[in-house]
Design a protein around this ligand. Structure first.
Ligand code: NAP
Length: 542
C-alpha cells in the first residue's frame, strides 16, 4: 500500500478535519485528541507555526508580551518554557510552537505540504469532504477552519513584475535562508507593522533604503529588553490566576488596571504626564489604556494622537520627513497600533529616504525599479510589506460549499456573516477559530484560539452526549450577531480608519468592520451563555 493510500484509509475514520497547523489548529488537535476524537490537521506549509512559519522578515516580533502570548492549557509547559525577551521574536516563537508540537506528539496527526482547495458538505451523509491541491479527498463529519486572519499575503496588482531585474520579496512569505541586503539599494513598500519592524534592520545592512509610504501609522517604542528574572518569577508564580483574569479584560491580557478617567477631565499637564509614563513603559494597550475614552471620543483621542505626533517631531531631525511620518488621517489606535525599535530614528540616517506615494502613487515596476507618477527609483530589491487579505481571505480562497447550494463567496460577498465568529448559517458542522466577528485580532490571539477551541470541544461533547451530529446557526441568530457586531463597532472610532479591519487595504473588498470590538470579557460571557442555554441560536439534529 502506498503512503497516500495508507493516509486515505486512516482518514476515512476521521471525526474532525482541521485546516491549519498554527496555534489554533495545534491546540484543536491536542484538545480533541484528548477527548477521544480522531482528528487530523491538513497544513499547506512544510511545518507547524502558521503566521510564525511564514513571517520570517528581519525584526519580526510579537507585539504582545511573551509571558502573555503563549498557551495556557498546560501548566508544566508555561512554567518550564523560558522566554528570553519581553516580546518574543519570530525565531523564538517558532521554536516554542515546534516545542509544543513535539511535547504533545502532535506531528503524527498532521499532514504537511497539503493545501486545501475545496470543502463540500453533504447533507445526506452529514460529512465535509475536503479536497487538496493535489486532488486527494478526505471526509469527516466536522471541519474546523484554523486558517488564520493574516495568512493570505497580497501584493498590489501592478504591471512590471516580470520586467524588474532585481529581487522581489513579501514580508509574509519570507525566504527561509534569509536575505542579505549588503550593498543593495532596497525599496520597502508599506509602513504597517511588518514594514515598521523590518525597516530599521534592513537599513542597517542596505547600501541605500527608500521607504514608500502611502499612509503614516502610529508607532510606539516597544521597549523590548531581556526577560528580567524577577518579572518572570513573579508572573509564573501567579500564572493560572493571570490567565483566568485575562478573560475578564477587553483585550484578553491581564495586568493593565482599567482606566478610570476621561482624557478630557484632567489638566493638560496631568494628561501629558500620563502619556509620557505610558510612552516610557512601552506597549500599545498600556498607552490606549491611559484614559477611558481614547477609542470612543475623537476629542479625547486627539490628545493622545497629538502627543504621539510630537514625539515623532522630536525624534526625526528633518522637519519635512517628520511631518510626512506624522499620521494625519486616522485616530491613534484605530489602525493596529505598532510597536517598534528605532523606527523613527532610522530616518535620521543619511542613506534612508522616505517617499510619499499618497501624493504620487506607485504606477508599477520597471526594469530598474519602481515608477511613481512623478519619478523612477532605481532599486536592486523591492520588499513588499503590503499586508494581507485579512480575516476573510484564507476562508474565501477555499471553495467552501454545501450540497444545498450555499457558497462562501456568495455568503460573504458583502462582508463576513457569522454567528459568534465561530459558525455560519447554511454551513453545518463547519467551525472557525477566531473567525471574523469574534475578538481574535483585537485580543491576545492565543487566548482567543484557546477560547474558541474549548467552546467547539464542549459543543462536540454536547452533540455526542445527546446523540446528535449536526449543528448549524439559525439565520436570525446570525443576522442579530452581524447587527450587534456592527453596532458595537459603530460606537467606537475604529470605522474612521481605512484599515485592514475594514477591508480597506484590498481594492474592491467590502468596507465593513470585521473584528468584534465589544471586548473579550463580554464576548466570552456571550459564548458561555449561548452554550449554557443549550446552544441558543443553533439548530441541532441527529
Ligand atoms: P498592513 O498593516 O496592512 O500594512 C500594509 C502597508 O502596505 C500599509 O502601509 C499600506 O498602506 C501599504 N500598501 C498596501 N498597498 C499599497 C499600495 N498599493 N501602494 C502603497 N502602499 C500600499 O500589513 P502588515 O504590516 O503586514 O501588518 C498586518 C497586520 O499583521 C498588523 O496590523 C498586525 O495585526 C499583524 N502584525 C503584527 C506584528 C506584531 O505582532 N508585531 C507584526 C507584523 C504584522 P495603507 O495603510 O495606505 O493601506
Amino acid at each position: 500500500m502506498s503512503a497516500t493510500e495508507a493516509t486515505r484509509a486512516g482518514d476515512s475514520d476521521l471525526d474532525v478535519i482541521i485546516v491549519g497547523a498554527g496555534v489554533g489548529g495545534l491546540y484543536a488537535l491536542y484538545k480533541l485528541r484528548n477527548l477521544g476524537y480522531r482528528a487530523r490537521i491538513y497544513e499547506a506549509a512544510a511545518d507547524v507555526g502558521g503566521t510564525w512559519y511564514w513571517n520570517r522578515y528581519p525584526g519580526c516580533r510579537c507585539d504582545v508580551e511573551s509571558l502573555e502570548y503563549s498557551f495556557s492549557f498546560d501548566d508544566d509547559l508555561q512554567q518550564e518554557w523560558q522566554w528570553p525577551e519581553r516580546y518574543g521574536g519570530q525565531p523564538v516563537i517558532l521554536d516554542y510552537v515546534n516545542h509544543v508540537a513535539d511535547r504533545f506528539d502532535l506531528r503524527k496527526d498532521i499532514q504537511f505540504n497539503t493545501r486545501i482547495k475545496a470543502a463540500k458538505f453533504s447533507n445526506q451523509s452529514n460529512r465535509w469532504t475536503i479536497t487538496t491541491a493535489s486532488g486527494e479527498s478526505v471526509s469527516a463529519p466536522y471541519c474546523i477552519m484554523a486558517t488564520g486572519n493574516l495568512s493570505t499575503p497580497r501584493k498590489p496588482d501592478w504591471p512590471g513584475f516580470d520586467d524588474f531585474k532585481g529581487r522581489v520579496e513579501h514580508t509574509g512569505l519570507w525566504p527561509h535562508d534569509g536575505v542579505d541586503f549588503t550593498g543593495l539599494r532596497v525599496g520597502v513598500i508599506g509602513t504597517g507593522s511588518s514594514g515598521v519592524q523590518s525597516i530599521p534592520l534592513i537599513a542597517k545592512q542596505a547600501k541605500h533604503l527608500t521607504v514608500f509610504q502611502r499612509t503614516a501609522n502610529f508607532s510606539l517604542p516597544a521597549r523590548n529588553e531581556p526577560m528580567r528574572a524577577e518579572k518572570e518569577a513573579a508572573h509564573k508564580a501567579e500564572y493560572s490566576e493571570r490567565r483566568k483574569a485575562a478573560y475578564s479584560t477587553p483585550f484578553g491580557i491581564a495586568g493593565f488596571p482599567p482606566p478610570t478617567q476621561s482624557a478630557l477631565e484632567v489638566s493638560e499637564e496631568e494628561r501629558n504626564a500620563a502619556y509620557e509614563a505610558k510612552w516610557a513603559e512601552g506597549g500599545s494597550i498600556s498607552y490606549l489604556y491611559a484614559f477611558t475614552d481614547l477609542l470612543t471620543n475623537k476629542e479625547a483621542n486627539d490628545t493622545a494622537s497629538d502627543f504621539a505626533r510630537n514625539k515623532i517631531r522630536a525624534t526625526v531631525k528633518d522637519p519635512k520627513t517628520a511631518e510626512l511620518l506624522c499620521p494625519n488621517n486616522h485616530p491613534i489606535g484605530t489602525k493596529r497600533l505598532i510597536l517598534d525599535t528605532d523606527y523613527y530614528e532610522t530616518y535620521n540616517l543619511d542613506h534612508v529616504d522616505l517617499v510619499d506615494v499618497r501624493s504620487a502613487p506607485i504606477e508599477g515596476l520597471t526594469e530598474k525599479g519602481l515608477k511613481t507618477t512623478d519619478a523612477e527609483y532605481e532599486l536592486d530589491m523591492i520588499v513588499f510589506a503590503t499586508g494581507f487579505d485579512a480575516m476573510t481571505g484564507a476562508m474565501k480562497e477555499i471553495d467552501i460549499q454545501t450540497d444545498s447550494g450555499a457558497k462562501i463567496g456568495a455568503k460573504w460577498e458583502d462582508g463576513p456573516r457569522t454567528y459568534l465568529g465561530i459558525m455560519m448559517a447554511d454551513f453545518p458542522n463547519l467551525f472557525m477559530i477566531t473567525g471574523p466577528q469574534s475578538p481574535g485580532v483585537k485580543s491576545q490571539m492565543i487566548l482567543s484560539c484557546e477560547q474558541h477551541v474549548d467552546w467547539i470541544a464542549d459543543c462536540l461533547e454536547h452533540l455526542r452526549s445527546n446523540g446528535q451530529s449536526k449543528i448549524v446557526p439559525e439565520p436570525k441568530a446570525e443576522d442579530d450577531w452581524v447587527a450587534h457586531n456592527n453596532a458595537v463597532a459603530d460606537a467606537t472610532l475604529y470605522p474612521l480608519a481605512n484599515s485592514w479591519y475594514m477591508g480597506a487595504n484590498i481594492p474592491g473588498k467590502p468596507r465593513i468592520f470585521m473584528p468584534y470590538v465589544g471586548g473579550v470579557e463580554a464576548y466570552k460571557k456571550r459564548c458561555d451563555a449561548v452554550a449554557a442555554a443549550g446552544y441558543e441560536g443553533f439548530q441541532i439534529s441527529p
